[in-house]
Design a binder for this molecule. Sequence first.
Ligand code: AMP
Ligand code: MG
Length: 329
Amino acid sequence: MEFVDEILSILVKAGHFAEFVANSPAEKEEFYIEYKQDLSPVTFADLGVQVIITEWLIKKFGKFSLIAEETLEDAFTHWRKVSSIVSFLNRFGVEVDILDMPKMFIVNKVQPDHSEGYWVLDPIDGTKGFLRGGQYAISLAYVEGDMVKVGFLICPRLELPELFEDNTKGVIFFAEAGKGAWVAPMDDMQRKKRIRVSCRNEFEESVLLSSYESSHTDREKSEKFKECLGITKEMQVDSQVKYGLLACGLGDLILRFPPKEHPDYKEKIWDHAGGTIILEEAGGKVTDLYGNRFGFKPDTYFSQNVGVFASNGILHSRGLDVLKEILGG
Ligand code: AMP
Ligand code: MG
């Protein structure tokens, strides 16, 4: 894709904006957190990052289709706060006009006359991690038909000493279909490195990456999975950062069951679009718990899929066999 470098620099700016919000403690109590109608948290970072990226899409393409997490309803439920978001962006150096704000949140629409493809954006994936001081990611992807063509994950708090010895904080993963997956320090793109999944073939040695938030999965079933396969190493990490870690061999499996309290929970497209192509281009595999590919279409949910199972590829089919037993029983 011809715009990759431009997108990378917009995403780096968005990543710095998110940290700018996180490091503005004076604002915390008053402005920082709102709860959406489904009671999930949304911050000025979620909304501001969406503005930065959408503004670029508008300037670059004029007309485009976008499926993004933050909607007009979410942004304007507390509409008096919109001027505060604008002032945050202005203080960061992004000039936006308050009158332009509504169009940054007219999303989840695929233009009827623009059927080439659509963008998928999660401005802050892992908002709970973001608020806790943990990991989060900004995720952007471009999808054509049911194929993700490019994907980006910017992880402003991730350190990868195994790859970048000077403990650089903040990295960006990206991949383009057929061209491999890469990671770079977010402030030094010149040091980008091609990444590959691990070649671990023993479950006993493998590292399972799972959600930090217990309420996002069914821990009982995860424990059963670990027990059946002799997995003893688990790392709890928020957001699609897990896909990045798996793609560069710092973990071997990702697993998420629908939570017990929400057995019908459906995965959302923006929680996976960016991460899946990075994993696949790095040689890994991702399916749902039944081994089905995610059904990418311009919609919020993967309505035909259940949960998530991702691996370095080598461990996939044995893992699915065990999942079949767990889900069948
Ligand atoms: P993770 O840290 O992997 O759990 O990913 C965070 C994302 O998971 C959030 O952005 C949510 O969209 C999504 N998510 C998954 N399961 C749930 C759940 N049970 N309740 C709310 N959000 C969930
Ligand atoms: Mg998310």
